[in-house]
Write a protein that binds this ligand. Structure first.
Ligand code: FAD
Length: 480
């Protein structure tokens, strides 16, 4: 393995991953004019702030949280809306906080947040991938370029890994990935497409194809055949029942909570409120609701209810839902519920998808020209297939979290190692905390977790000197 210098460069804090989570941690660390810590943000993506969610350049890919919920700072909820308004040359109008902005605008916002932090000049942005990490007097990070970095503390912000979909080699050039809009918009407009998965990734695929003027049939196949539901068109307001809503659920089993939730929705609707408001009221209590279950109840939720929870909890903008409804009503978009059995070459250049229809033993099939993997995020850490996660597990620096979801972690995100020790200097944020917290992937939670990690790191001891300046060059922030 080539190395750039005998002694790797040293920083106080290395943040691995420059998606929303990594940028939010950096932003909170760089709050002071005189930086108290040296910080490196190492990102294998094209530019910090993008990550999987906000890297899309497509204007039709909207945030699924209204602008008022997307500020980088929990104590300044209007920050993102002000950024949007400034881009339009004005003051934020009262309605702006309720709008669903294009996700690419959020990448610009995060970049702006980072660049405008008082301590920004002290941040080193490294465009590279961390392939291995070893604990030795702090942490030694091996980068894919061959360079190395030494850090006193590390924050793992490596986020969302796409779930893989296996197809026979003969079909590999017929398989496209949902997070590759450029390839999707280049598909012949009359071709038939089978999208595997019916969650938010599928929504992106359908929007991309619709925007590109696709005219062929769009089949969607997923186990339940359930699509994300829309946000309410009017926002309503939180009431005093907020805390009571969660308290009533805390004691109940998975099935009991389902019954209570149905009753709460019925009562809300009788009182003229939307079911969406019931879910909004529960949102701040999501982590407690998950953590008060034992592993058996959590497993039961994951086995039987998670998909129903997801479509109600992770909602889409009403205008996006309207596009999906229109395509369904026209017959162009068809939803199929069933378990994928096989994808096989069919006559000509086509593909045949065989699946077991939900609730039956019947085998059905679909013909299509292209298959799109929209199965979403790989939440099981051992199945992620990235070298860094594998190295952390192999070295015993981390262990899988409950149900194999993400890494085991405690408190503000301290990683638990293979001996059960809680690391004081290795932190995790984002989707890799799913098993411990459940509610951990969206910005309203990420900004709080980022602030907590930053506060803790800033309170830690002193800076060691650079050992080898030349090993990693200072980098410029690339264009968004
Ligand atoms: C399609 C989609 C839409 C979403 N929309 C919203 C929304 O509207 N609102 C909301 O609140 N949440 C949304 N989310 C949830 C989303 O998970 C978070 O908001 C946020 O994007 C998570 O950011 P992250 O930094 O944790 O992960 P990611 O966005 O996955 O970023 C991780 C970064 O780490 C880098 N990386 C990974 N491994 C390494 C390595 N070994 N070395 C160096 N770099 C590495 C990657 O290149 C990437 O840049 C959405 C998620 C998806 C998938």
């Amino acid at each position: 393995m080539p190395t750039a210098c005998e002694h790797p460069r040293h920083v106080d804090i290395a943040i691995i991953g420059g998606g929303a989570s990594g940028v939010l941690v950096a932003a909170h660390l760089l709050a002071a004019d005189v930086p108290r810590k040296s910080v490196a943000l190492i990102d294998s993506g094209p530019a910090p702030g993008r990550g999987v969610a906000y890297g899309t350049g497509a204007p039709e890919h909207l945030l699924n949280v209204p602008a008022g919920g997307m500020s980088a700072f929990a104590d300044d909820p209007g920050d993102f809306a002000r950024f949007l308004a400034a881009g339009q040359g004005g003051e934020p109008s009262p309605g702006l906080a309720a709008t669903f902005a294009p996700r690419r605008d959020y990448a610009r916002y995060l970049r702006n947040v980072l660049e405008s932090r008082p301590g920004f000049s002290a941040l080193e942005i490294v465009h590279d991938r961390v392939s291995d990490i070893e604990r030795r007097d702090g942490f030694h990070l091996q980068l894919a370029s061959g360079k190395r970095l030494h850090a006193d503390a590390v924050v793992l912000a490596i986020g969302n890994a796409p779930r893989r979909l296996a197809v026979p080699a003969a079909l590999s050039d017929r398989l496209l990935q949902a997070w590759d809009p450029a390839s999707l918009s280049g598909l012949p407009p009359e071709s038939d497409v089978c999208i595997v998965g019916s969650g938010l990734s599928m929504v992106d695929v359908v929007l991309t194809l619709a925007e590109a003027g696709h005219r062929g049939r769009l089949h969607v196949l997923s186990r339940h055949g359930l699509m994300p539901l829309p946000h309410a068109t009017s926002s309503g307001h939180a009431g005093a029942a907020e805390a009571d809503a969660a308290a009533a659920l805390l004691e109940a089993s998975a099935a009991g909570r389902l019954r209570l939730l149905r009753r709460m929705v019925a009562e809300a609707s009788a009182g003229g409120d939307s079911w969406q408001r019931v879910f909004e009221r529960l949102r701040p209590h999501g982590q407690r609701l998950w953590q008060t279950w034992d592993e058996g109840e959590q497993a039961s939720f994951l086995r039987h209810l998670v998909r129903y929870w997801d479509i109600h909890r992770h909602r889409i903008a009403p205008q996006v839902h309207a596009v999906l409804t229109r395509l369904q009503e026209s017959g162009q978009l068809r939803i199929h519920a069933g378990r994928l059995l096989a994808a096989e070459p069919a006559t000509g250049n086509g593909c045949r998808i065989r699946y077991r229809a939900r609730g039956t033993h019947a085998e059905e099939s679909l013909q299509c020209d292209w298959i799109v993997n929209a199965t979403g995020i790989e939440t099981r850490v051992r199945a992620r297939g990235d070298d860094l996660a594998a190295a952390l597990l192999a070295r015993g620096l981390a262990v899988p979290g409950p149900h194999g979801l993400g890494f085991a972690s405690r408190g503000i995100g301290e990683v638990v190692d293979a001996h059960g020790h809680v690391a004081p200097d290795l932190f995790v944020i984002g989707a890799l905390r799913l098993g411990d917290l459940w509610e951990t992937i969206a910005v309203p939670e990420l900004r709080q977790h980022a602030a907590g990690i930053a506060r803790h790191l800033l309170a830690r001891g002193s800076t060691a000197p650079d050992l080898c300046e030349g090993a990693l060059g200072r980098d410029q922030l690339p264009a968004p």
